[in-house]
Structure formats: structure tokens, C-alpha cells
Write a protein that binds this ligand. Structure first.
Ligand SMILES: Nc1ncnc2c1ncn2[C@@H]1O[C@H](COP(=O)(O)OP(=O)(O)OP(=O)(O)O)[C@@H](O)[C@H]1O
Ligand SMILES: O=P(O)(O)O[C@@H]1[C@@H](O)[C@H](OP(=O)(O)O)[C@@H](OP(=O)(O)O)[C@@H](O)[C@H]1OP(=O)(O)O
Length: 294
């Protein structure tokens, strides 16, 4: 039995007769092949990448496993349609906090049409993509049993200015955001989620090393998903912080050049996460010093 992904935070969403991804009970994520050449482009990428022996295992683990394509009933009632069959990255997670970060100061490839470039350029300028090298596409933060998830409107997340993005990434690893009030995030889980030898920062650095070398693909408009289990963090256990790369509808050939657009955004994200790790409360101290409270 297929259903709407319970933990989808961005992208085209199924439901209300719209076309979007579906999941089954056995850990499979079915993404409909999108119109224009986007669907065939993403299929071409997964086919090439999943059979590319040059990809080291510690890098391929950042990508969903690809199980080919399958004809299934499309969520918009348009009948049997081809879908990518991918590993469901949220399988086994109970109350995952998830953020979808669309990478790159440019979300358009040089090969795209002038019309598409203008559409993306407008968005890149209006969001944190151009100044920061990435933007938040969607987020869900698990509070607790009573409050459930904080899942703000996607457009409010996409259009955040750069300094607000840092505040959200602090909220993401805080324990006092379930009230939804505009409390200063306490950054209670920064060290266990972002830090540590297997934490988010170390995984981002591992990914960066590959992007400083690989010249096969340019990952335009793809997203880094950051996920972790707040429940485990609350119990002082390893919260299972993980990063994954998704959405390859606009990947192009690298033609022997590194993907400096993605890499720039990745360095910017690493810088920001490092700042949160080393000075989680710098905002609070700044505020208290301004108010003369020590
Ligand atoms: N393999 C996966 N397993 C679980 N969830 C996934 C997977 N791939 C994507 N998602 C969820 O679906 C959302 C959208 O994914 P994706 O970006 O691939 O779709 P899209 O419609 O192409 O998005 P966009 O419109 O931004 O291009 C992600 O934010 C994530 O929450
Ligand atoms: O970039 P695409 O593949 O043409 O699809 C865009 C894209 O999903 C865009 O999301 P984002 O990249 O701005 O996060 C969608 O905008 P919204 O998130 O505001 O809905 C567009 O709607 C998508 O275009 P399309 O509707 O043509 O698929």
C-alpha cells in the first residue's frame, strides 16, 4: 500500500490530486519522473552514478540507494506512470528533525533555457542562495509528544535572509523551540548533532573532500538533507545525525571541472555550522552585552 511520505519537508508534494512522491511499507521511496527532461535527467544521473565504480563507498553512502524505475499509480490519478524507486531515507526514524538545504549560489545550469535561468536567478537573488551559497527549502523540527513538529510554511523558509538562516539552524538543534515562541534557541543538541567524529560537520567535511576532486558531475539545484532523532538526543544517546544528497533533476556533466558552485555553498554551510558549534550562544551573549547584562 503506497502512501504520502510522512516526513517530506520540501519539493512537489502528493495529496489533493497533486503529483508527488509516495512511499511503501518496505522502505522504498517512489519519485514520479518530472515533466520536461527533468525526470529523464534524474534517471540518467542515478543510472550512471549507481554503476560508477570510481565512486568510493564512503561517498556513495551519502546518496539514496537506486532500485531502478517502476510503473505505479501516480498520486494525481493520472494512471500508471514511471517512478524512480529509491531508498526511503526516513525509514526506521521515529520523530526525525529534517532540513532540506538547496545548494549553490546558482540553482541553474549554464545549459538551461534563458527562461528557466531567469526564473531561477530571480529566486536566487530573492533568497539566501546568492549571498550565502544555499537556501533552506523546507524543515521539520520535532518538539515533544505534546507539541509534535514545528513545520513552518516552505516559502517562509526559502525566502529567509542569510542571518535568519543561522538562527533556524540553531533552532534545529535546540530543545526549547516547541512552543513556537521566538525564544533564543538554547542549542542544547549542537555538540551531539553537529559535532563529534561521526556528526554532521565531520560528514560535511568528508563530502567536501570529494567535491574538491570530482569533476564528473555538476549538482545544480540538488539538496543536502540533514536528519537526526531528537528523541535519542533527549535520552543522551547518539541522535543518528546524517546528511544525504537528493534531487538530481538538474545535474549536468562536469566536463573535467570541479563543481565550484556546489562546493562554494558547501564551504559556506560548513563555516556556518562550525560557528554554531564553537559559539552556540554568541547571539545571546551579544544581546546580553548590548543590554548590559553580564
Ligand atoms: N529518498 C528519499 N527518502 C525520503 N525522503 C525523500 C527522498 N528523496 C526526497 N525526499 C523528500 O522529498 C522532498 C523533495 O524531494 P526532491 O527534492 O527530490 O523532490 P522535487 O519535487 O524534485 O523537489 P524540487 O521541487 O525542490 O526539485 C525532500 O525535501 C525530502 O523531504
Ligand atoms: O526547479 P524545477 O525542477 O523546475 O522545479 C521547481 C522547484 O521545485 C521550485 O522549488 P524551489 O527550487 O524554489 O525550492 C518550485 O517552486 P516552489 O517551491 O515555490 O513551489 C517550482 O514550482 C518548481 O517548478 P515546477 O512547478 O515547474 O516544477
Amino acid at each position: 500500500m503506497l502512501k504520502i511520505p510522512p516526513h517530506q519537508v520540501a519539493g512537489h508534494q502528493a495529496g489533493n490530486g497533486k503529483l508527488g512522491p509516495l512511499v511503501d511499507e518496505s522502505g522504498r521511496f517512489y519519485k514520479p519522473l518530472q515533466g520536461d527532461e527533468r525526470g529523464s535527467n534524474e534517471l540518467k544521473f542515478y543510472t550512471s552514478f549507481s554503476s560508477d565504480s570510481r565512486i568510493p563507498e564512503h561517498i556513495s553512502k551519502f546518496f539514496p540507494t537506486f532500485y531502478g524505475t517502476q510503473l505505479i499509480e501516480a498520486s494525481d490519478g493520472s494512471g500508471l506512470k514511471p517512478h524512480l524507486v529509491l531508498e526511503d531515507l526516513s525509514i526506521g526514524r521515529v520523530n526525525p528533525s529534517i532540513v532540506d538545504i538547496k545548494m549553490g549560489s546558482r540553482t541553474w545550469a549554464p545549459e538551461a533555457s534563458e527562461e528557466y535561468i531567469q526564473k531561477c536567478l530571480k529566486k536566487d537573488r530573492e533568497t539566501s542562495s546568492l549571498p550565502l551559497g544555499f537556501r533552506l527549502s523546507g524543515i521539520q523540527i520535532y518538539g515533544n509528544k505534546e507539541s509534535g513538529y514545528w513545520k513552518p510554511e516552505r516559502t517562509s523558509m526559502q525566502n529567509l535572509p542569510a542571518e535568519e538562516v543561522k538562527l533556524i539552524l540553531k533552532k534545529f538543534v535546540s530543545s526549547n523551540t516547541s512552543t513556537g515562541m521566538d525564544l533564543q534557541p538554547d542549542c542544547a543538541f549542537t555538540a551531539t548533532v553537529y559535532g563529534g567524529s561521526t556528526g554532521i560537520l565531520s560528514q560535511l567535511l568528508e563530502m567536501k573532500a570529494w567535491f574538491e576532486d570530482q569533476t564528473t558531475y555538476h549538482f545544480y539545484s540538488c539538496s543536502i538533507l540533514i536528519m537526526f532523532e531528537k528523541g535519542l538526543a533527549l535520552e543522551g544517546q547518539n541522535p543518528g545525525g546524517q546528511i544525504k544528497l537528493i534531487d538530481f533533476a538538474h545535474v549536468t556533466e562536469g566536463r573535467g571541472v570541479i563543481d565550484h558552485n556546489f562546493l562554494g555553498g558547501l564551504c559556506s554551510l560548513i563555516k556556518l555550522i562550525s560557528e554554531i558549534l564553537t559559539a552556540p550562544n554568541e547571539h545571546k551573549s551579544l544581546v546580553s552585552s548590548v543590554n548590559g547584562v553580564n
